[in-house]
Design a protein around this ligand. Structure first.
Ligand code: NI
Length: 162
């Protein structure tokens, strides 16, 4: 287990369409463990493999709810419902936030670490996080979806102090 370097906006790795995972090798397992370490270290709620320079369709998520840590391999969002508008950030865009509208509810089909297929229904923050991370696998950053300006988090804190 190790902390990996998080690629920042402008890095070509963040703009690529990632490849499907065919099998979970010991190296893949190590990558997933490292992705969790890296995400927790930075207090993030989700991380996609391209953010650590690996162009594979792997996502880790932990929004600190009853679901606990989630691994999504080759995820596909099969259903989107409703709408939520709120602030979003990304470990690859440090210190910034912006308003993004996402589906309120999603259904995602993915494979776990044993390459067993499962389906997950999510709402609210978890649904937002799944949509954000799946976008990473297609080389899409949330900054391309922000409504209005990208804000410095320091500005945001000032706004919330009122
Ligand atoms: Ni992100």
């Amino acid at each position: 287990m190790a902390i990996r370097e998080v690629r920042k906006i402008g890095d070509p790795c963040l703009e690529k369409v990632c490849k499907e995972v065919k099998a979970v090798s010991p190296r893949t397992n190590e990558l997933i463990d490292d992705m969790f370490d890296t995400m927790y270290e930075s207090c993030g709620v989700g991380l996609a493999a391209p953010q650590v320079g690996i162009l594979k369709r792997i996502v880790v998520i932990d929004v600190e709810d009853d679901h606990g840590p989630i691994v999504l391999i080759n995820p596909v969002i099969t259903k989107r419902d409703g709408e939520q508008t709120g602030y979003e950030g990304c470990l690859s865009v440090p210190g910034k936030s912006g308003i993004v509208t996402r589906a309120e509810n999603v259904t995602v089909e993915a494979f776990d670490r044993n390459m067993e297929k499962f389906t997950l229904d999510a709402e609210g923050l978890l649904a937002r996080c799944i949509q954000h991370e799946c976008d990473h696998l297609d080389g899409v950053l949330y900054t391309t979806k922000v409504e209005g300006d990208l804000l410095d988090n320091s500005q945001l804190e000032e706004m919330y102090e009122d």
